[in-house]
Ligand binder design. Structure first.
Ligand SMILES: [Zn+2]
Length: 768
């Protein structure tokens, strides 16, 4: 026994000191020391700086060879206090070179080769990557440069000093990738029936890397997943395409008179003040255009101010619609470009979704600052750029579509348009931290979806939807604070978990008012700047007066999960000292175990015991009436009453019900405890206990609750808000949920419900 006690106390000591207190320790070592560039409250410091990169680009899209030819003049301004001996640029197209790191490090297995298409894809030879033809100063001198895979270093003649600018010219071309064969965020889709192409083009020009106080040059190679980190600047882009193409791009069209018909210009004017989409190019008009191919070209000119990137889409297949959205006293053009293959879904929903997304995000973050926002239909992907995004969601060929396709299309448009805010404006480093844009954006996507349709079946955001992932195989879970390239289960980890964490902060730990205020402050502080995780963590805490270090530590730096178990409930009532009350509760035969099996059987099995047969056997103890109140009992109670004042006496007789609940933290992640008590009269009470209850011991604890009436049941996390991974240990008494199991498979494969409805209507027509 002594040994056991010793072991037990040693165990308690180690858990209390090393775990409980560690979980609530402040994030000191984990976060960088605040400095003049980034302050301790999470805002830009008094010497915060950022670089500027302005681009003047001339581009030709060769529709016959599916090639892009480009020439750019980059003007790079050094606002840092440093002398830059070299400049780094990103050559993202180079991941399509045959021996690129992205290709060489991709792992595959023979079991994944399931069709000829898979084999073809493996063998597919593609001459991808930038062919850089020239790097020159604006006066025509060749500049020294070196290409290291997806990065290019340019050496200026002398180091670029603080507050100095340099302009230089680059000329290049590259083959546009077919997404069907080799994927890619940028690329083209081929429509064999009409021999037509639809281009959604991005990462098409050598782009400046970010240089800042955090990373120096952020020149981590592009391996395919960790996205981009780009400085802000102004863009002037001329795009020459076949004359019959329609082009949508980042920025404002500068030469509508040259590229649009009078009819199109008038419709566009009408759209600015319309709160429903106006067709600029109708489906009938687009179908007419896609029948022939013009040999002539046209040049579309766009200008964009204070953006971190530029993308565009071009095709003769485009249907085009637009509407006006009023935000912060400004009118923004929400627009969509899509081929007939996107209809009927796209004409009905795309532009309205763009407008709705801008409005909801603007309310929760910052007012959308750009003049246009565009959604372009692209078969499978979802990809974001400033003012423009490429989004999937294609109906079946007969124009029907499944519910999944509809919600998939809605979700991806909200998500990609939402990326305008994170990371296009609140410009975090995607190459390093996927969660900073994907997580924050997915959180806002959830809020936007719920404001679009009541009870929208959002995939990510609600706490209870993340539990399967969080309690999954620990080998395949990474902390949120993991570099983009090394994350297991990218969707759950970079999108789902951080979005859920923010939802839990908003609904449970901070409350909507404090959260919304702090979140908006973060967005205002870091719009058109480069925030880091520490800036986010610090701002959310600093603006709310809620200590969140334990939350960031648990949710962002570990893979622990929430599982709080209600292990035990004990019920107590106060002894009133009143013999009238207390004696009535006393059993006359206190040592008899009524339900003991022998007792039950002996009632009949023993006909008569000795004391039942022989009256001389029973003495005082056998005959004593334990419930009888005698003079001494009364005198003692009187003495108690005299000692107590009226208030104490009332409390003693209040019939309060005491419950001692024992909890254990099985998942490791500390969390608030939310207890719901249901009472005999059918009412209930919810009690919220902050996570700090675990600060001394994060393994087990008990707490006493006092109620005016008896509790019929307790339930933890009754509103599913904490991501508790095992609900079976949350109830007292335990609750059993029946599951219906299916014996017959009633679904016909490969048929969506709209197609089924067609069959129903056919049957009904036949009178069956
Ligand atoms: Zn995203």
């Amino acid at each position: 026994m002594i040994k056991n006690i010793f072991i037990l106390s040693a165990f308690c000591f180690s858990t209390i000191v090393s775990l409980g207190q560690k979980k609530f320790a402040q994030l000191d070592i984990e976060l960088p020391t605040p400095n003049e560039y980034r302050n301790a409250s999470g805002g830009p410091g008094h010497n915060y700086y950022q670089q500027k990169a302005d681009y003047k680009i001339q581009l030709t899209l060769d529709d016959e060879k599916q090639r892009i030819y480009g020439e750019e003049i980059i003007t790079y301004t050094n606002n840092s206090p440093d002398h830059l001996e070299y400049l780094w640029l990103q050559l993202d197209q180079n991941i399509f070179e045959g021996n690129s790191d992205a290709r060489m490090i991709s792992v595959d297995k023979m079991e994944n080769f399931k069709s000829l298409k898979d084999v073809k894809r493996k063998l597919f030879e593609f001459d991808g990557g930038f062919k850089v033809e020239l790097v020159q100063s604006t006066s025509g001198q060749n500049l020294k440069y070196y290409i290291n895979k997806t990065m290019m270093r340019i050496d200026p003649e002398k180091p670029l000093g603080p507050k100095q600018s340099i302009s230089f010219k680059i000329k290049w071309w590259y083959n546009v990738n077919n997404r069907d064969f080799i994927g890619g965020r940028s690329g083209m889709e081929y429509f064999p029936e009409e021999d037509n192409y639809l281009y959604t083009i991005a990462q098409f020009f050598p782009r400046m890397c970010v240089y800042n106080d955090v990373e120096g040059w952020q020149n981590k190679q592009f391996l395919g997943r960790g996205e981009f980190n780009l400085p802000f600047g102004d863009y002037h882009v001329s795009i020459t395409v076949p004359e019959d193409h329609i082009v949508g791009a980042t920025g404002e069209l500068q030469n509508a008179n040259n590229v649009l018909t009078e009819k199109q210009r008038n419709r566009l004017k009408q759209a600015v003040s319309s709160d429903v989409p106006v067709m600029i190019v109708t489906q009938a008009e687009a179908e007419e255009v896609e029948k022939t191919k013009s040999k002539k070209t046209k040049t579309w000119v766009f200008k964009a101010t204070n953006v971190r990137d530029f993308a565009f889409a071009s095709s003769r297949k485009f249907i085009w619609d637009a509407m006006g959205v009023k935000i912060g006293g400004k009118s923004i053009l929400a627009m969509s470009y899509y081929p007939k293959e996107g209809n009927p879904l796209w004409e009905q929903y795309s532009t309205k979704l763009v407008a709705h997304t801008l409005q909801v995000y603007s309310k929760h973050t910052i007012d959308y600052p750009y003049p246009v926002a565009i959604s372009v239909h692209s078969k499978q992907i979802g990809m974001e750029y400033p003012m423009i995004s490429f989004n999937g969601g294609r109906p079946a060929e007969d124009g029907t579509y499944s519910k999944e396709t509809k919600y998939g299309m809605w979700g991806v448009i909200i998500h990609e348009v939402g990326h305008n805010f994170f990371p296009m404006i609140i410009n975090s480093d995607e190459r390093q931290w996927s969660w900073m844009d994907e997580g924050l954006n997915t959180f806002m996507q959830y809020i936007t979806e719920q404001a679009w349709e009541r009870n929208y079946p959002s995939r990510r955001g609600p706490a209870h939807l993340i539990t399967d992932y969080m309690r999954g195989d620990p080998k395949f879970i990474s902390p949120i604070m993991t570099n983009s390239e090394s994350i297991f289960q990218f969707g759950n980890n970079a999108y789902g978990k951080p979005a859920t964490a923010l939802n839990i902060l908003r609904e449970t730990i901070m409350g909507r008012e404090l959260f919304d205020h702090a979140f908006k402050i973060y967005c205002e502080r870091w719009k058109f700047k480069h925030p880091t995780p520490a800036d986010f963590f610090r701002t959310m805490e600093d603006a709310s007066a809620v200590d969140l270090d334990w939350f960031w530590r648990g949710w962002f730096y570990t893979t622990e999960y929430v599982d709080i178990s209600l292990d035990d409930v004990k019920h107590f009532q106060m002894n009133t000292a009143n013999p009238e009350v207390e004696k009535a509760l006393v059993n006359n035969q206190p040592y008899v175990q009524e339900n003991y099996i022998s007792n039950l059987r002996n009632q009949k099995g023993i006909e008569k015991t000795i004391n039942e047969k022989d009256a001389t056997i029973d003495d005082y103890y056998a005959k004593r009436d334990y419930q009888k109140i005698d003079a001494l009992d009364k005198a003692e109670y009187k003495r108690v009453q005299e000692k107590l004042n009226a208030e104490d006496l009332a409390l003693l007789n209040s019939n309060k019900q005491f419950y001692e609940l024992k909890f254990s933290n099985l998942g490791g992640l500390v969390s608030p405890i939310i207890v719901q008590a249901k009472f005999e009269d059918g009412s209930h009470q919810d009690i919220y206990i902050p996570a700090e209850i675990w600060r001394m011991d994060d393994v087990t604890l008990s707490k006493v609750f006092v109620f005016d009436q008896k509790v019929t049941s307790f339930r933890l996390d009754p509103y599913l808000e904490t991501a508790d991974c095992d609900l079976d240990n949350n109830s007292w008494p335990a609750v059993v949920q029946p599951t219906r199991f299916q014996l017959f498979n009633q679904q016909k494969m490969n048929e969506n419900p709209m197609q089924r409805q067609k069959r129903v209507e056919e049957l009904e027509k036949k009178g069956e």
